[in-house]
Design a protein around this ligand. Structure first.
Ligand code: UDP
Ligand code: MG
Length: 316
């Protein structure tokens, strides 16, 4: 079996060599068991010398394939490029920052041999700040109510995929990619195991609060139109409330005559309704924006340099 390791790299010059050594070691261990390995590294428009490191690795090790983007297109695009360039019967996607312990690959391969199409390594949140753990937990609670696929906390982009899963994921050509959800959407027999999360070896995490919020919103919006439904129901309930309130006012006016005071009621109603309408417009806008991006049909990434010849595959 040929196993492809797919790793997106963004400003990872500090750890890349060590990462490659670590996976090479695993490759050496798996070779006697009849498994070959190739390494597909995607340089996501790094601003440091990641590409130089990759070229050096490729010169030293024939099994290294690298793809370098013309600019930073984001991790999702890098993952997609990695999957497109991987030729293995199984593909392991993992981060290049050594937070995904390479030792687990052997275990994934064993589980793959037992017939699972997806082997998901699920990290425990040890070492994370408490606030991050709690918000993550809350987020997944909420999101799993909203989306059609089941998303699991900690089950991210460290997983082994069989060829048919990879092909299925590549068949999903949407521009807005939320891999976690796409993998879940594809399905096929899957199994999960937990591992202790390692602290980042060097470099720094590229996530900030804003990024996390955006990512969170993507998770909710990419998978169905339930937020639109929610907006609809909110509108209907407000309409009902307004109807009841109007009826009450009319009855009161009939019984006691018209009473002019009501400034507070009017202001509250006007501002609250304006707010609700803005939110609904926002929800509609989010979906329209997504349609806009999809319709443009732009490529997910542009390649600046690569040692893989299969350039025709790059046209989506
Ligand atoms: N990454 C990428 N493009 C980006 C940001 C990150 O390819 O724009 C890669 C990065 O090199 C790493 C992986 O995605 O291999 C995870 O990134 P990071 O460690 O910053 O995220 P975290 O581990 O904090 O979730
Ligand atoms: Mg990381």
């Amino acid at each position: 079996m040929l196993i492809s390791i797919v790793a997106p790299c963004y400003n990872e010059e500090a750890v890349l060599e060590r990462f490659h050594e670590a996976v090479q070691k695993i490759a050496d261990e798996l070779l006697p068991l009849g498994h070959d390995m190739e390494f597909v590294y995607v340089d996501d428009g790094s601003r440091d010398r990641t590409l130089t490191v990759l070229e050096r690795l490729a010169a030293r090790d024939q099994r290294v394939r690298y793809v370098s983007f013309s600019r930073n297109f984001g991790k999702e695009a890098a993952l997609l490029a990695g999957l497109r360039h991987a030729s293995g019967d199984s593909v392991v996607v993992m981060d290049a920052d050594l937070q995904h312990p390479p030792e687990l690959i052997a275990r994934m391969v064993r589980l793959r041999e037992q017939g699972y199409d997806q082997v998901i390594a699920r990290r425990t949140r040890t070492g994370d700040r408490l606030t991050r753990t709690l918000t993550a937990r809350l987020y997944y609670r909420l999101v799993n109510r909203l989306v059609d696929v089941e998303l699991m906390d900690g089950a991210g982009d460290f997983r082994l995929l069989s060829r048919r899963v990879v092909d299925a994921v590549l068949g999903l050509t949407e521009y807005n990619r939320f891999s976690k959800g796409l993998f879940a959407w594809v399905g096929f027999p899957s199994t999960t195991f937990a591992y202790e999360n390692a602290v980042r070896e060097a470099g720094s995490s590229s996530w900030n609060l804003r990024g996390l919020l955006d990512y969170g919103l993507d998770g909710v919006l990419s998978f169905n139109n339930r937020p639109l439904r929610a907006a609809l129901w909110l509108g209907i309930s407000l309409l009902l409330c307004a109807g009841l309130y109007t009826a009450w006012i009319v009855v009161a006016a009939l019984l006691h005559g018209v009473q002019t005071p009501g400034y507070v009621t009017i202001i509250t109603a006007v501002t609250a309704l304006a707010g609700v309408q803005m939110v609904m417009l926002g929800v509609i806008g989010e979906y329209t924006g997504r349609i806009y991006y999809e319709v443009k049909g732009r490529p997910h990434f542009l390649v600046k340099a690569t040692n893989v010849e299969r350039t025709k595959d790059l046209i989506p």
